[in-house]
Every structure is written in C-alpha cells, then in structure tokens.
Design a protein around this ligand. Structure first.
Ligand code: FMN
Length: 359
C-alpha cells in the first residue's frame, strides 16, 4: 500500500527513502570532553539508521568550544572532529539513511551539567571544566550564570564558526546541515526581545534581531554548495507575552529562504524557564502547518508524534513534509519498520541480517 509516510522526499541533492526522520538529540556522551564522538554515537545513531528511518539529524554540535550546552557535547570546530564523524556518516549511508547535523551555539545556556547521570543542575563552575558564557545581552537564563554581551567582532566570529563547521560537515559526508536557531540557544536569544536588549545593528527591530541568523544562513549556504540541504530549526514561539512570536518566525523564514535555507524544522519554547507549554500529542504541528502555508517553505513537524497513523495524518493533511520522531525512536529504534507494518507498507529495505524477523 502507498502511504505518504513511506514516500521518498527530495531536497537539493538528497533523497530520503521515507519521511520519518530523527530530530537532533543531545547524547552528552563525548566523555573525553573535547567534542569528539565516542563509540556510543556510532552505536546509537547506527541503530536508528538500521531501524529504517529516512534521515537522522545529529545532535546539537557546537561550532566553538564555548558553544557547547555541556562539556560532553559534540563539536565540529576542528578537523579531528570532522574525521571522527565521517565513518559514522558512512555507516548511516550504508544502512540507507541520509545524514544531517545540527550546528549550534548554546549562548547563555552553555556550560551546564549534562542531562543524565548527574544530579546537579545549572552552570558548571570553572573549576569543574565550565566556562564563561556569551549572549546578545548580559541577561541570564533563570538559574544560570549571567553571560557576557558579545561585541560585533564576537558576532562575526560566531557566524564564521558556523560556516567553518558547515564546511567540515560537508567534508565528513553529511547530506544536510541544520542551523539551530531554537530552544533559547544563542541565535534564538538574538531573535527574542526577552533576551536581546541590544541597541546596535543586532538588536531592536525584527530585521536587526534576525541579522545574525540570516548572516549564518548566508555564510553556511556559501560553504555547503548547491547539493547539500540547509535546514533551520526555529522555536516558533516563546509561549510568553512580549516574547518571540509565530508571525515574526514566518517573516524570518521568508528572509532565510531568500538567503538559501531549504526547509524549516519547527519547534517551540526554550528561551523562558517559566513559560507554560501546552504539551500534548502533536502540539507543535500547527506551527509547522502555519509556516508551510504562509511561506511555501517545506517544513518538518516535531513534538510528541509517536504513532504511525498520527504521523501519516500530519503529512496527508499538508501540515508538514516530514515528521521528526525523537523520544519514541529511543524507546524503539525500529519505529519506522514497525510503522510500515502498521500502515500495511511493504518495504524493500531493513537490516539484511534481521531479514527473518521482518519478513
Ligand atoms: C534527550 C534529548 C536531547 C535533545 N537534544 C536536542 C538537540 O540537540 N537539539 C534540538 O534542537 N533539540 C533537541 N531535543 C529536542 C528534540 O529534537 C525534539 O524536538 C523533542 O524531543 C520533541 O520531539 P519528541 O516528542 O518526538 O521527542 C532533544 C530532546 C531529547 C529528548
């Protein structure tokens, strides 16, 4: 049976075998604390690839050391990291999955304890391997250290670091690059008036607050060439009065499209610790649908999409072009193979050595 979820999707030079993708999910598992991937990354990502997904977007990967959320984050600020990621990308390709990577700078939410195996929360002290953070303005995220305001040279250095990391991503074999402009990290901090109090060319008007994002899009596009797809992940709302809004997101999406972005990964929240978020099945899908309708840009929907028919519904109602399945993928790395069975789709792929289990 034909199903939208199992139809191929083409973006630039990449065609994914279906429309179930894995969103970026930090593993906080670079135990060497130098941004290098570990055996865990190959096993974790490899298991998702053999589970039949169309594409996997690797976790938030820092473009500079001080851009890591935690000391255990991945990085792509040097060539050794590029060379260590290349065999992982190659394995994902061998298993039939396309590979993307989310390039990130955590801004004022950097230098925090990792989210597992650690009871402490908040900023890691300098004595324990933490570092001073930077942001558009010296405004702290609740519970974290106050960041230093970036000057214009600092902003330009961040843009250049995104471009350099994107170059390394292409050289490592990635099919797509995603710029992380969501979840209250550095680029989102510039977008939102709640975290951006600047009065120079990078603050104030929407155009000014969006400037660093658009410069990053343009710089990354110039590095990755015509075949590699460029996604941007936005939080479509701060869920807070006076904060970032869906309407502003739509305008910035139009500007990003003009500068070479191909697709928008639509999430929400993350910039305000106290925001009330009405989480529930598919709760962020309407934001992806609105952006797709208003701008004509392809969208990826994400957030509590964990059922095959639910995912199919998102696509056939024209709300998004692909669905991203996160936590359910960790619960069941074979989610895509299971979804195919549930939807009555016969696949001609799946891990060869497991053929007898899926016949
Ligand atoms: C363990 C974990 C790590 C995450 N890391 C990232 C990340 O690196 N970058 C990002 O944009 N979102 C990250 N997220 C958010 C996911 O990409 C996704 O948007 C979210 O989990 C909602 O989708 P789901 O309900 O299918 O899990 C993470 C989520 C989880 C559970």
């Amino acid at each position: 049976m034909d199903r939208a979820l199992f139809s191929p999707f083409t973006l630039r030079g990449m065609t994914t075998r279906n429309r179930i993708w894995v969103p970026p999910m930090c593993q906080y598992s670079s135990e060497s604390r130098d941004g290098m991937p570990a055996a865990w990354h190959l096993v974790h990502l490899g298991s998702l690839a053999k589970g039949g997904v169309g594409a996997i977007i690797l976790e938030a990967t820092a473009v500079v050391p001080e851009g890591r959320i935690s000391p255990e984050d991945l990085g792509l600020w040097n060539d050794a990291q590029r060379d260590a990621l290349a065999p992982i990308v190659s394995f994902l390709h061998d298993q039939g999955a396309a590979a993307g990577i989310q390039l990130a700078h955590a801004g004022r939410k950097a230098s925090t304890y990792r989210a597992w195996g650690e009871t402490r929360r908040g900023s890691v002290p300098l004595a324990e391997g933490g570092w001073p953070t930077v942001a558009p303005s010296a405004v702290a995220f609740e519970g974290l250290e106050t960041p230093r305001e970036l000057d214009v040279d600092g902003i330009q250095a961040v843009v250049a670091a995104f471009a350099a990391a994107a170059r390394r991503a292409v050289d490592a074999g990635f099919d797509m690059v995603e710029i992380h402009a969501a979840h209250g990290y550095l680029l989102h901090e510039f977008l939102s008036p709640l975290s951006n109090r600047r009065t120079d060319a990078y603050g104030g008007s929407l155009e000014n607050r969006a400037r660093i994002v658009l410069e990053a899009v343009e710089a990354v596009r110039a590095e990755i060439g015509p075949d590699v797809a460029l996604l941007v992940r936005f939080s479509a709302t701060d869920w807070t009065p006076g904060g970032w809004t869906p309407q502003e997101t739509e305008q910035v999406v139009r500007w990003a499209a003009e500068r070479g972005a191909d697709m928008i990964d639509v999430s929400t929240g993350g910039n305000v610790a106290t925001a009330t978020i009405p989480a529930g099945p598919g709760y962020q899908v309407p934001f992806a649908a609105a952006i797709r309708a208003a701008t004509g840009m392809p969208t990826a929907a994400v957030g509590m999409i964990d059922q095959a028919y639910q995912a199919e519904q998102v696509l056939i109602t024209g709300q998004a072009d692909v669905v991203l399945v996160g936590r359910e993928m960790m619960r069941d790395p074979h989610f895509a193979l299971r979804a195919a069975r549930q939807l009555g789709v016969e696949l001609d792929y799946g891990p060869g050595p497991y053929a007898r289990a899926f016949a």
